[in-house]
Design a protein around this ligand. Structure first.
Ligand code: HEC
Ligand code: HEC
Ligand code: HEC
Ligand code: HEC
Ligand code: HEC
Ligand code: HEC
Ligand code: HEC
Ligand code: HEC
Ligand code: HEC
Ligand code: HEC
Length: 326
């Protein structure tokens, strides 16, 4: 509880600081926009110079005459004149909304890209004209693209609700929860992936919401579930002398990566977890084996779990044999 209070206090402090910063820098930015030429002491002045206005374009200053949108963009990455790739350094408003001349000439004020009326594909196409590299190369063909989500489903350029990354919801988890309630509620279960609920990890630690080019389920790293998990849990990566087949196949055959009600996020409780596959072993395998509990009082079953003996269940390097005992 105290930690939570502390965290909230910190966030408040930071917000206040940032606000203060924003208002301080206001005159500087407006001055710059007005002269459109003289950048502050920039490392390379050539970079900071806005591109010359091209035919069909009118320049952001024109738009601002009627649309009071600059306040909202100020301080965001899209309004950084010093970043040569930002809209501010290229066509300003028109980098996203398209050449504005027809709009200004139009009595009815049409002829401009109105994102709220556009198809998902057209919206994303606009953003992808700049954001088509790195994390975003997997967008085309991703589950989100295929199901008609667009960049503006999750991001808002003018009125973001989040502190970072211009999300349409205050936090990433809240954003994902609008559609993926099952996975998000699992993170609230008794045994969840430890730092996710606590906020040190997020859905995007494992997933890339923009899709993945070489992995399943939009996983961010590696090319399989195992590779994705072992980017952090390197001790499970192997290779080992005695591998356990299901561990090589997928960590998710035993663990629910989002959380479960069982110890260690196991999908099923012990010993049933093992018994889903090991229906018959040389020693009694399950409570359904003849007299296992009542007559034989099998130490393999009674009050114990399989991993008490088979403790190196992810694979073993010990020369003594293949049963994962040590
Ligand atoms: C002479 C005033 C004027 C200028 C200059 C102007 N607009 Fe508009 N714009 C309007 C009016 C009026 C509307 C229609 C009313 C509305 O929806 O706000 C409009 C509508 C829009 C819309 C659609 C808003 C919506 O609700 O979806 C966008 C986007 C837009 N303008 C962008 C621009 C951009 C970018 C520029 C600069 C290239 C620009 N405008 C210049 C007056 C202007
Ligand atoms: C990085 C792309 C981008 C830039 C730059 C940009 N816009 Fe927008 N604009 C959008 C998107 C996307 C929307 C849809 C609402 C949203 O996501 O916030 C939008 C919505 C609007 C609207 C509709 C009103 C609203 O809030 O929904 C107006 C008017 C507008 N923009 C004008 C401008 C003006 C004027 C500028 C320049 C000062 C500008 N835009 C710069 C992407 C951009
Ligand atoms: C003219 C190029 C351009 C266009 C078009 C553009 N962006 Fe950006 N965007 C940038 C640049 C430059 C940055 C700064 C970060 C970087 O260098 O990648 C940025 C940053 C962002 C960020 C990160 C914000 C943060 O706080 O870290 C988001 C989210 C984003 N853009 C979304 C969008 C969306 C959504 C659209 C389409 C409506 C869009 N962008 C269109 C150039 C562009
Ligand atoms: C399902 C929700 C969702 C959709 C759809 C989405 N994003 Fe994002 N985006 C996020 C989240 C969450 C983050 C922060 C975590 C991260 O960096 O992956 C983010 C981060 C970003 C960033 C900043 C970090 C970086 O990777 O450079 C940019 C830029 C961005 N998105 C652009 C886009 C563009 C462009 C599109 C459309 C092609 C898009 N996003 C579609 C959720 C989404
Ligand atoms: C507007 C709704 C919406 C939002 C918000 C959303 N998703 Fe999705 N997501 C979908 C849909 C629809 C699918 C496709 C489901 C299907 O085909 O069964 C999907 C699929 C996925 C998949 C499976 C990908 C695959 O290849 O099978 C993952 C992982 C995922 N989303 C993660 C996220 C994360 C992380 C966030 C938050 C940053 C998020 N989603 C936000 C709608 C959404
Ligand atoms: C520790 C890594 C990890 C984290 C954190 C994580 N996921 Fe996943 N997620 C996975 C893996 C691995 C799979 C594939 C599971 C499988 O193959 O059975 C998956 C699958 C999914 C799917 C697809 C489900 C299906 O059956 O197709 C969705 C949707 C999803 N995750 C959403 C989320 C959301 C939302 C969050 C944040 C609350 C989140 N994930 C956090 C690792 C993670
Ligand atoms: C971004 C790094 C990261 C990724 C990726 C990741 N984990 Fe974790 N995992 C952690 C951290 C941090 C902890 C908590 C610290 C610890 O116990 O070692 C943890 C803890 C666990 C635990 C122990 C939970 C408990 O109750 O003690 C299990 C089981 C687990 N992870 C499984 C997985 C699986 C399965 C995957 C792949 C779907 C995965 N992890 C991917 C970082 C990660
Ligand atoms: C055959 C089922 C099974 C598979 C597959 C499996 N695990 Fe486990 N895992 C377990 C069991 C059982 C435990 C609990 C061990 C204990 O309590 O001693 C465990 C515990 C863990 C822990 C907690 C730390 C520890 O050593 O106790 C982590 C982290 C973990 N597994 C990660 C992974 C990763 C990563 C993968 C995929 C490479 C994976 N597991 C595949 C059964 C499995
Ligand atoms: C998803 C199915 C699956 C699950 C769950 C599973 N195993 Fe296995 N296990 C296998 C397979 C497949 C082999 C390899 C059998 C072979 O090589 O003949 C194996 C091998 C073994 C071996 C070595 C047997 C030998 O003859 O080499 C032991 C011991 C073992 N598992 C114990 C466990 C325990 C304990 C659990 C529960 C924590 C468990 N297994 C969960 C599928 C599974
Ligand atoms: C008291 C320690 C102990 C417990 C508890 C235990 N085992 Fe074993 N297990 C062994 C020993 C020792 C072996 C070596 C095989 C032999 O020599 O009979 C073995 C062998 C195995 C084998 C490989 C040999 C075969 O028969 O195919 C499997 C599979 C196995 N155990 C599964 C399980 C499962 C599943 C559980 C939980 C229901 C479990 N064990 C609980 C000690 C134990």
């Amino acid at each position: 509880m105290r930690r939570l209070c502390l965290a909230v206090a910190c966030v408040l402090l930071i917000t206040v600081a940032v606000r203060a910063n924003g208002s301080n820098s206001t005159p500087a930015v407006t001055a710059q926009a007005a002269t459109t030429q003289k950048p502050a002491p920039a490392p390379t002045p050539a970079q900071a110079k806005p591109a010359p206005i091209q035919p069909g374009y009118v320049g952001s200053a024109e738009c601002l005459v009627c649309h009071d949108q600059e306040e909202k963009l100020k301080g965001t990455p899209h309004w950084q004149a010093l970043n040569p790739r930002s809209p501010m350094a290229t066509h300003g408003c028109e980098s996203c909304h398209g050449p504005g001349k027809p709009h200004i000439d139009d009595e009815n004020k049409g002829n401009i890209r109105k994102f709220k009326q556009m198809k998902a594909e057209e919206i994303s196409g606009t953003c992808l004209s700049c954001h088509n590299r790195g994390n975003h190369v997997g967008w085309d063909g991703s589950a989100h693209e295929a199901r008609n989500l667009s960049c503006t489903t999750c991001h808002s350029v003018h009125s973001p609700k989040s502190f970072e990354k211009q999300l349409t919801k205050p936090t990433e988890t809240a954003l994902c929860a609008t559609c993926h309630k099952v996975q998000v509620t699992k993170t609230e279960r008794a045994v969840a992936h430890m730092p996710v609920r606590e906020g040190k990890m997020a859905c995007s630690s494992c997933h890339n919401p923009h899709g993945s080019i070489n992995n399943v389920k939009a996983l961010r790293n590696g090319s399989s579930v195992v590779e994705s998990c072992t980017t952090c849990h390197a001790e499970m990566r192997g290779p080992v002398l005695w591998p356990h087949a299901p561990v090589q196949e997928s960590c998710a055959s035993c663990h629910d990566p989002h959380g479960s009600s069982n110890d260690r996020m196991l999908v099923v409780r012990m010993p049933m977890l093992c018994q889903r596959c090991h229906v018959a072993t040389r020693h009694p395998a399950s409570i359904y084996d003849n007299n296992a509990i009542t007559v034989n009082k099998s130490n393999r079953m009674f009050g114990r779990s399989c991993v008490n003996c088979h403790s190196n269940i992810h694979g073993s390097n010990h020369p003594s044999g293949q049963f994962f005992m040590r």
